[in-house]
Design a binder for this molecule. Structure first.
Ligand code: CUV
Ligand code: SF4
Length: 632
């Protein structure tokens, strides 16, 4: 087998643990990626269709005499766009189903069933006002119940458009309406993509992509936004706090529990359970000093944003965490959980505990989570972990890497920080004005979001980190979510010392506001926070999102959810740079459409650039061009 440079990571802890795992004879993501080479060219280009059983059909591009059409006559444009649309629909479904679970949790909270409550009253009232829910002479519970029910209706209501579209600037809403892509109900848009990409239905690539855009918008401005906003209502809107990140947050003499996956309903309950005095005492009886909770992937983002729980690592570190030998339980719910975990735990005492009906893994212990008995079940799960401490038998090796940083920059938190420099005499509190002023004066050139996963096609974390460093050097403020956020905090970019990497303008802003140059805005669904922020900036300036000197990047993306995010960002008028090409390269027409023509229609477009330094240059170019057009 040819030697590859697979485990290149800019994160020392990952490199060390990878080498250690190799020594121990463990198989990790990098080994499987290597064994998979060369990867299927048809699949890579999006040219394989399995939408009906006359197939699979694949379009042969490299030789002239190979088939140029599917058996039904579908062209490469049709096949590629259908595959892309289906991936977007799957991603939108995943995010939105997460949002639905949160809405359901709020409903239970309102009925006083279970352990959840309304923790952010202001946010609830704000949403109630936005949705025209009567608040006078009503209890908080009544309001919460109606808001929850309305949120649940967003998934399948027969008429109207999504309520949160009202947050978008007027110009944006007109574009969506004219194109017929204002989402109606979340489930409906996903279903419609699945229907029209069925064999023998939609064959027009532009129409297929428009429908995919509609489903994607139902994620960003629907499912994800509901997920974020209602999570804030139930669990509190994040405020800045200090935390630590990387595998070094695991503690040898403690019961280590890692929560991994996505939905805060489970992880919030585990946070409570891990502080239970009886369970801590039980841990001590087992010989441990206490219970140490850490989060991975987006669950890690959710609980660090709200509680400062240490972040154990991102997507590519999940197997490595178990290889430390110090994890007594890895508790997972949905999404981004590698099935390989059940294989690697066999070599350790670690218990892999699945909790969702939507995600069982053979070989794991299943302890079904129930929103109505959240803390009770969480305590059972924590107890399992605690009692497992004494079963440790392997050598423990925890890399010492552990970075410090600040997290918790929700949109509301950012507004509050901006208040510090707002002369409240002249401007009402809670305005984006200082941000706009800084951008107009050129102290800040613009802002960019760095989001998304890890992918073996890019050296681990270095896509995120290199891009972030290149951008802050040029006075571009970076906001980040998902595994990009993990990468940035591990690289020290969320500490106050990171001003040393900044250009003069951004450094001044950071020092004045006491913020790091890379702001942690949460999990993947929390990209909706960025949409809300951009909308308010655009509205303040009397413009559309597509006019702003901003950009987004997903340097190491891999999931279908990321494709949905990318498309809703583009459809919201944002320039999106992808570090990994989506499976569309089989059709030049579709590539041209998504990377060029679509900009004339929607104001945003995709760019594919695997080199993060070049990606930074492209983002800078885009931002400077937007500034010029604004005359600033
Ligand atoms: Ni939802 S989707 S690997 S955990 S960011 Fe991380 Fe984020 Fe991608 Fe998954
Ligand atoms: Fe082949 Fe058409 Fe069936 Fe796809 S839908 S598998 S291209 S026959």
């Amino acid at each position: 087998m040819k030697e590859t440079n697979f485990c290149k990571s800019c994160d020392n802890a990952t490199v060390k643990m990878y080498e250690y795992a190799k020594e121990m004879g463990l198989e990790t993501i990098w080994d499987r990626a290597q064994a998979m080479q060369p990867q299927c060219g048809f699949g890579e280009m999006g040219l394989c269709c399995t939408n009906c059983s006359m197939g699979p059909c694949r379009i042969v591009k490299i030789t002239e005499d190979g088939p140029k059409k599917g058996i039904c006559g579908a062209t490469e444009d049709t096949i590629v766009s259908r595959n892309f649309a289906r991936a977007v629909a799957a991603g939108a479904a995943a995010h939105s189903d997460h949002g639905r679970d949160i809405a359901q949790a709020l409903y239970h909270a309102a009925l006083e069933e279970g352990d959840y409550e309304v923790r952010d009253k202001d946010k609830l009232l704000k949403i109630a006002k936005e949705w025209n829910v009567k608040v006078e002479n009503r209890s908080l519970k009544e309001i919460a119940r109606e808001v929850a029910l309305m949120a649940l209706e967003e998934f399948g209501k027969p008429f109207g458009k999504l309520r949160f579209l009202g947050r978008a600037p007027e110009k944006r809403r007109v574009i969506w309406d004219e194109l017929g892509i204002s989402p109606r109900a979340i489930d409906r848009e996903v279903v419609q993509v699945m229907h029209s990409t069925h064999m023998g239905c939609d064959a027009d690539y532009r129409n297929i992509i428009n429908q995919a855009a509609k489903a994607a918008l139902s994620d960003g401005w629907g499912g994800s936004m509901i997920g974020t906003e209602l999570s804030d209502v139930i669990f509190g809107t994040p405020v800045p706090k200090k935390t630590q990140a990387n595998l070094g947050v695991l503690k040898e003499n403690y019961v280590n529990i890692i929560v991994h996956g996505h939905e805060p309903t489970l992880s919030e309950a585990i946070v409570i359970a891990s502080k239970d005095p009886e369970l801590i005492e039980l841990a001590q009886k087992q010989g441990a000093e206490g219970i140490n909770l850490a989060g991975m992937c987006c669950t890690g983002n959710e609980i660090t944003m709200r509680h400062g729980v240490p972040m154990a690592g991102n997507f590519f570190q999940q197997e490595l965490a178990i290889a430390t030998g110090a994890v007594d339980a890895m508790v997972v719910d949905v999404q981004c959980i590698m099935p390989s975990l059940s294989e690697i735990v066999k070599c350790y005492h670690t218990k892999l505990i699945t909790t969702s009906l939507k995600a069982k893994v053979p070989g794991a212990i299943h302890m079904e989570f129930d929103e109505e008995k959240a803390v009770e079940i969480a305590k059972k799960i924590v107890r399992e972990a605690v009692l497992n401490y004494k079963n440790r038998k392997q050598k423990i090796y925890i890399p010492e890497e552990k970075a410090q940083g600040y997290v918790g920059y929700s949109y509301e938190a950012i507004l509050k920080i901006l208040d510090k420099v707002t002369n409240s005499f002249a401007h009402p509190a809670g305005t984006v004005k200082p941000l706009v002023d800084a951008m107009k004066s050129g102290v800040l050139r613009g802002a960019a979001a760095i989001v998304g996963c890890n992918n073996h096609k890019v050296p681990h974390d270095s896509g995120h980190v290199t891009l972030a460093k290149e951008l802050i050097k040029r006075d571009i403020l970076v906001v980040t979510t998902g595994c990009g956020a993990h990468a940035c905090i591990k690289a020290g970019l969320m500490s106050m010392d990171a001003v040393n990497y900044c250009g003069k303008g951004l450094a001044t802003c950071c020092e004045l506001l006491e913020i790091p140059p890379v702001l942690h805005m949460g999990s993947c669904v929390d990209i909706s926070r960025i949409l809300t922020l951009l909308s308010d900036v655009a509205k303040y300036m009397g413009m559309d999102i597509s006019d702003l000197p901003v950009a987004a990047a997903a340097p190491e993306w891999m999931s279908e959810k990321a494709q949905s995010i990318g498309l809703y960002a583009v459809s919201s008028g944002i320039y999106v740079v992808l570090g990994v090409a989506p499976a569309i390269t089989g059709s030049e027409t579709v590539v041209n459409y998504l990377t060029s023509d679509i900009e004339k229609i929607l104001g945003g477009r995709f760019e594919v650039e695997s080199d993060p330094v070049k990606a930074a240059e492209k983002i800078v170019y885009h931002i400077e061009m937007k500034r010029k057009m604004l005359g600033i």
